[in-house]
Design a protein around this ligand. Structure first.
Ligand code: XIL
Length: 908
C-alpha cells in the first residue's frame, strides 16, 4: 500500500487499523489495486452524501473537506460503478480520513464505512480524534444488486464533526481458482503504474460522459408533516401536506396544491440561501395528479423580485391520474443571486390543475467554470457595417459573466420583460420605474443602446387599462385616456435614453384571409374592444406627439409582430402599416411616416423557409420604412434533447437568415436575438440560440459569422423529391356507405411524420371528374379527441390543393387547405374555399373514415394535368395536437406555402 502524505496542518500521527469485516464471506486471497484516488485532479468516483458541504481542496495534499454536517449520514459516497467495480467480486477499501486540529469532537465520535442500502451493513468503524488522521480498511464482497456505494460517514455522536477524506484505494480480489493461462509480459517488461481514477478507463468502461460530481443535496419529502418552506406563489393557493399519498420510500406524506387562480400560481420554495453563484443545480421532483384529463406541470425558477424579476421554465411533465408519480427534472446555473431572491416553483398553464409533489431534491454538481471566450469574433463587429446586434435581457444579466458576454457580441439591449406595461406599475396602479430604471441606466452606462419593449400590447399588461372593476370594457374615451397616460408617462420618463419603441405589439391575429382588409384580422384584444379598430393608429399618433413635444426627432416607432414569414400575415401587416401611414400623411400633411419601422419578431423554427422570410422583407421594402429583426430565435424540434442533426439544420437556417439580412442591410436597422443562450431562452427546451447553456459556441455561431463559407460547405442543395400519385377519372357516390369503386383505386400512405411524436396515420385514395376532386381517407387513430379550440389541434385530416401547381411561396387563387375532423366539422384556409365543399365521416373500428369532394376553382381539369396536392392527419390527445403525419410535406409549412406539396396527376 502506498504511503499517504498528511496535510501539514495535521500534526499528529496516523493510526492504521485493518478490520476484516464479516458482512460477507470473502473468497479472495490476493488483492490488486483497482483504483487509487488522491483527489489531485477531481473528486474521483465520489459524490457528497446528505446535506454536507464538500470542498475539493487541491494542493500539496489534495482532499475533500466535508463540513456543515447535520446528520450522521452526511459524508462522502464512493460509487461502485464509477470506480469500475463489478458485481460478484471481492473488494478491499482503504480510506484515509483526518479531522482538523481544534475541531470539537464529542467523546465517542466514530467514523463509519457503511453501505447505505438494504440492511445498511456497517463495514468498518474507528474513533475520530481532533487533529488526527486515520486509515482504515474494510473487505467487502459485492453480491447485492441494490448496493451501489460505500458511505464514509460517522455515528450519531459525531454527526456534526467535519472531516477530510484524503484518499481511497479500492483493491480487487483475485479469483480464488485461477487456471487462466498466464499472459506473457511484452518484451522489455512493463513499468508498474498504479492506476488512478482518471487512467483506469479501459475502452469498454469509458463512460460516454464523465458524470458530474455531486457537491450537495437538499431533500424535501414532507415526512415531518409540514410544507417544509413551500408557500403559495399567489398567496391564494391551498397547500396541504397529505397523509397516505406519498412517493418517499418508507414514507407517507406529500404536498398537495389546489385552489390556484392563475397559471403562474403554485407551490414555491425560496432557495436563495442554497444557491452559490456560478453553480449549476439539478432540481427534481415527483408529481402526481387526481385529474382524469392530462395536465402539464412546469418546474420553474424565479430570479429576483418585483419588476426586475426574471422567470425561467426548467422542465415540464404532462400527466393524468392514470400515470401515478411522474418525475420532472431540470437544471440551471445561477449566474446571479437575483439581488437576494431566488425561488423554485411549480406552475401549470391549466388554472384548474391540482397536483401533489414529493421528494423534491436540489442537487449541486461540480460545475465546469464558465468563461467568456474573448478571442471569439464579436458578432457586433462582424456586422458593424450592416446593422446593430441586440439581445433580450433582465437586469440580472447586466453583471458578471453575462455582462461580459453581452458586451463582447452586442451593442443593443431590449428588456425581455422589464419594460412591459405590467412591470411598470405597482399593485395600486401607480407607476413604479425602479426596476426598469436600473436596467436602462446600467445598460447605457455599459455602452449599450436601449430599445423599448413595449407600450401597447394585449399581454403582460394590467387589465384595468381597458377593463372596469366589473370586468367590462371601459368606454373608448376612458381606454384612450389610459393609453395616452401610459404612453406619455413611460416615454417621457425614459426620454431619449431609449432609441426606439415597440409602440404596438401583436395586434394582428386570425385567418389573414383578406390581407387588404386587415381590420378583419385584428386580434380581439382588450385595447381593440374598448377603443375600436383605430387603437393602433391612436397609439402611434400619441407616441409621435410625445416624441415631437420633446424634440426627439430620431425616435423610431415600431409595429412589431410574429409569424412574419407567413405570407398572408406579412401582407396583412403590410396593408395595415401602409394604410396607417397614409392616413397620417393625409391628416397632417407631414411626409415622414407615422410608423417608422416594422418589427419582424423572427421567432422561427427548423421548418421556417428562408424564402418566406426573404419574401416578407421584399414586401416590407415597398413600405419605404426600415425593418428591425426584434426577437430572433430558431427552435429545434425535439424537446429537452440536443439532436445533432437538428443543430446542423439550425445552423444552416441561421446562415441563410443572416445572408438574407446582409443582402437587405440597407433597410435593416438591427438584429436582436431573444435570449443570451439556450439555457436562458424563453424556449430553452428547444435550444433556439447560438450559444449553449455554458456560453459555448454552437455551429449556429460559426454559421452567422461567416455565412458564405458556411453555406458553401453545408448547403447540400438537395433537390426535393416530391411524392407523386395518380387519380383516376370517376365519380364515386359519397355517403354513409363507401362506394365500392374506391376499392379499385391505388392507396397512398399518409405516414411521414412532421412531428417527433408518432401518432395517427391514414390510407388515402383519390378520384376526379369535371366538377370535383374526390378523396377518401381511412384514418387509424385509437383515441378520438376534438376538445381543443383550434381546429388543427383536433383529430382531423387535411387536404391541400394547388390547382396550377405553380411553385408559389404563398396561397394564390386555386390554392386551398381543407380540414375535416372525425365528427365531420370542416374548416378552410382561406375561408372562402368552403363553397361547394362536401364531406362525410364515419367512425371505424380503429379510427374514422372521411369522404370528401372539392370543387375545382380555376382550372378545367383534363387527363394528364398535374396539380399540387398533399394530405395530412392531425392527431390530438388531451386537448392538443401531439402528432402530424403527411403524404409529402415534412416541413409543416403547407398551410401557407404551396411549394411544399406533392404532385397528383389526373389520369384517365
Ligand atoms: C416573452 C418572454 O421572453 C418571456 O420571458 C415571457 O414569459 C413571455 O414573453 N413576443 C414578444 C415578447 O413580444 O415580449 C415575448 O417575450 C415573446 C413573444
Amino acid at each position: 500500500m502506498q504511503q499517504h502524505r498528511i496535510p501539514a496542518r495535521i500534526t499528529s500521527f496516523v493510526i492504521a487499523v485493518l478490520f476484516i469485516l464479516t458482512c460477507a464471506t470473502l473468497r479472495a486471497e490476493e488483492f490488486s489495486v483497482l483504483v487509487q484516488e488522491e483527489f489531485n485532479e477531481s473528486m474521483g468516483g465520489t459524490v457528497v452524501a446528505g446535506s454536507a458541504q464538500a470542498e475539493h481542496i487541491v494542493g500539496d495534499v489534495s482532499y475533500i473537506a466535508l463540513s456543515e454536517r447535520e446528520n450522521n449520514w452526511d459524508g462522502l459516497d464512493i460509487l461502485f460503478e464509477e470506480n469500475f467495480m463489478e458485481i460478484d467480486n471481492d473488494y478491499r477499501l482503504t480510506i484515509t480520513v483526518s479531522v482538523d486540529e481544534g475541531v470539537e469532537v464529542p467523546e465517542g465520535s466514530e467514523l463509519w464505512v457503511q453501505i447505505p442500502a438494504g440492511s445498511y451493513p456497517l463495514l468498518q468503524q474507528a474513533s475520530l480524534v481532533s487533529g488526527e488522521s486515520l486509515t482504515i480498511s474494510a473487505d467487502f464482497e459485492w453480491i447485492d444488486e441494490e448496493f451501489g456505494q460505500f458511505r464514509i460517514q460517522t455515528n450519531e455522536i459525531g454527526e456534526q464533526v467535519p472531516f477530510n477524506v484524503l484518499s481511497y484505494v479500492i483493491e480487487q480480489g483475485a479469483p480464488v481458482v485461477s487456471e487462466a493461462p498466464v499472459e506473457e509480459e511484452p518484451a522489455g517488461g512493463s513499468e508498474e503504474v498504479t492506476p488512478t481514477h482518471e487512467d483506469v478507463l479501459t475502452p469498454e468502461k469509458v463512460p460516454t460522459e464523465t458524470p458530474a460530481l455531486l457537491l450537495s443535496e437538499t431533500w424535501l419529502d414532507f415526512e415531518d408533516g409540514t410544507t417544509q418552506g413551500f408557500e403559495g406563489r399567489g398567496g391564494v393557493e391551498l397547500l396541504e401536506v397529505i397523509e397516505g399519498i406519498n412517493h418517499t420510500e418508507g414514507g407517507s406524506y406529500s404536498l398537495h396544491t389546489s385552489q390556484r387562480e392563475a397559471e403562474w400560481q403554485g407551490p414555491a420554495l425560496t432557495i436563495t440561501e442554497l444557491v452559490t453563484v456560478g453553480q449549476e443545480y439539478e432540481m427534481s421532483a415527483w408529481i402526481k395528479t387526481d385529474s382524469e384529463e392530462a395536465i402539464t406541470v412546469q418546474l420553474s425558477t424565479q430570479i429576483g423580485e418585483g419588476s426586475s424579476a426574471s422567470y425561467q421554465n426548467l422542465s415540464s411533465v404532462t400527466l393524468s391520474a392514470a400515470d401515478d408519480w411522474v418525475q420532472v427534472v431540470g437544471s440551471y446555473r445561477y449566474d446571479t443571486d437575483g439581488g437576494g431572491y431566488i425561488a423554485l416553483y411549480f406552475e401549470s398553464p391549466l388554472v384548474e390543475a391540482n397536483f401533489y409533489i414529493d421528494d423534491v431534491s436540489i442537487r449541486a454538481y461540480e460545475t465546469p467554470e464558465v468563461e467568456v471566450d474573448v478571442e471569439l469574433m464579436p458578432i457586433k463587429e462582424l456586422y458593424a457595417e450592416h446593422f446593430l446586434i441586440g439581445n433580450a435581457i433582465s437586469s440580472f444579466e447586466l453583471e458578471g459573466l453575462m455582462l461580459d458576454h453581452l458586451k463582447h457580441h452586442h451593442n443593443l439591449v431590449t428588456a425581455e420583460n422589464g419594460m412591459k406595461p405590467e412591470a411598470l406599475y405597482d399593485q395600486d396602479r401607480n407607476f413604479n420605474f425602479a426596476g426598469a430604471d436600473y436596467l436602462v441606466d446600467t445598460a447605457l452606462a455599459e455602452g449599450f443602446k436601449v430599445h423599448g419593449h413595449v407600450l401597447v400590447w394585449h399581454a403582460q399588461s394590467p387589465e384595468w387599462l381597458w377593463l372596469d372593476d366589473e370586468g367590462e370594457p371601459l368606454s373608448r374615451e376612458e381606454a384612450l385616456s389610459n393609453m395616452e397616460t401610459h404612453i406619455r408617462t413611460v416615454m417621457e420618463h425614459f426620454g431619449d435614453k431609449i432609441m426606439s419603441w415597440d409602440v404596438v405589439n401583436e395586434a394582428l391575429d386570425g385567418s389573414f384571409a383578406n390581407p387588404e382588409n386587415w381590420q378583419s384580422s385584428l386580434r380581439e384584444s382588450g385595447w381593440k374592444t374598448a377603443i375600436g379598430d383605430d387603437f393602433i393608429y391612436q397609439a402611434f399618433r400619441i407616441a409621435r406627439e410625445v416624441a415631437d413635444d420633446n424634440g426627439w426627432d430620431e425616435m423610431t416607432l415600431i409595429y412589431n409582430d410574429y409569424n412574419d414569414d407567413q405570407q398572408s400575415k406579412a401582407r396583412t401587416m403590410y396593408h395595415m402599416i401602409k394604410d396607417i401611414n397614409e392616413q397620417y400623411r393625409e391628416e397632417t400633411g407631414e411626409d415622414r411616416p407615422l410608423i417608422s419601422e416594422v418589427g419582424m419578431q423572427a421567432h422561427y423554427n427548423l421548418n421556417t423557409l428562408p424564402e418566406n422570410v426573404e419574401a416578407s422583407i421584399e414586401l416590407f421594402r415597398d413600405l419605404d420604412i426600415k425593418i428591425a429583426v426584434t426577437e430572433l430565435d430558431v427552435t429545434t424540434l425535439t424537446r429537452n434533447t440536443y439532436v445533432q442533426e437538428e443543430l446542423d439544420r439550425q445552423a444552416l437556417l441561421y446562415a441563410k437568415l443572416f445572408d438574407i439580412y446582409k443582402a437587405n442591410s440597407d433597410i435593416i436597422s438591427r438584429v436582436t436575438f431573444w435570449g443570451i443562450n439556450d439555457a436562458k431562452s424563453w424556449r430553452s427546451d428547444r435550444y433556439p440560440l447560438v450559444f449553449d447553456g455554458n456560453l459555448q459556441t454552437k455551429s449556429s455561431y460559426y454559421a452567422i459569422i461567416d455565412t458564405e463559407a458556411y453555406l458553401a460547405e453545408h448547403d447540400d442543395q438537395v433537390e426535393v423529391i416530391k411524392a407523386e400519385a395518380k387519380a383516376n377519372f370517376g365519380t364515386p357516390e359519397l355517403g354513409e356507405a363507401v362506394d365500392p369503386m374506391w376499392d379499385e383505386q391505388e392507396t397512398i400512405s399518409v405516414s411521414k411524420y412532421q412531428s417527433a411524436w408518432e401518432g395517427a396515420t391514414a390510407e388515402a385514395r383519390t378520384l376526379w371528374d369535371d366538377e370535383y376532386l374526390y378523396v377518401l381517407m381511412n384514418v387509424s387513430d385509437s383515441v378520438l379527441d376534438k376538445s381543443a379550440e383550434a381546429d388543427h389541434e383536433q383529430d382531423s385530416i387535411e387536404v391541400f390543393i394547388n390547382e396550377t401547381n405553380e411553385q408559389e411561396l404563398s396561397y394564390i387563387e386555386g390554392t386551398g387547405q381543407y380540414r375535416v375532423n372525425y365528427d365531420n366539422e370542416a374548416s378552410f384556409n382561406p375561408g372562402s374555399v368552403d363553397e361547394g365543399f362536401v364531406s362525410f365521416t364515419t367512425l371505424s373500428e380503429d379510427g374514422y373514415t372521411v369522404q370528401i369532394a372539392i370543387p375545382w376553382k380555376t382550372i378545367t381539369p383534363e387527363s394528364g394535368m398535374v396539380i399540387g396536392f398533399d394530405l395530412q392527419v392531425n392527431d390530438a390527445e388531451g386537448g392538443s395536437r401531439i402528432a402530424v403525419a403527411a403524404w409529402n410535406d415534412q416541413t409543416g409549412q403547407g398551410w401557407q406555402n404551396p411549394s411544399v406539396f406533392g404532385e397528383l396527376q389526373l389520369a384517365d
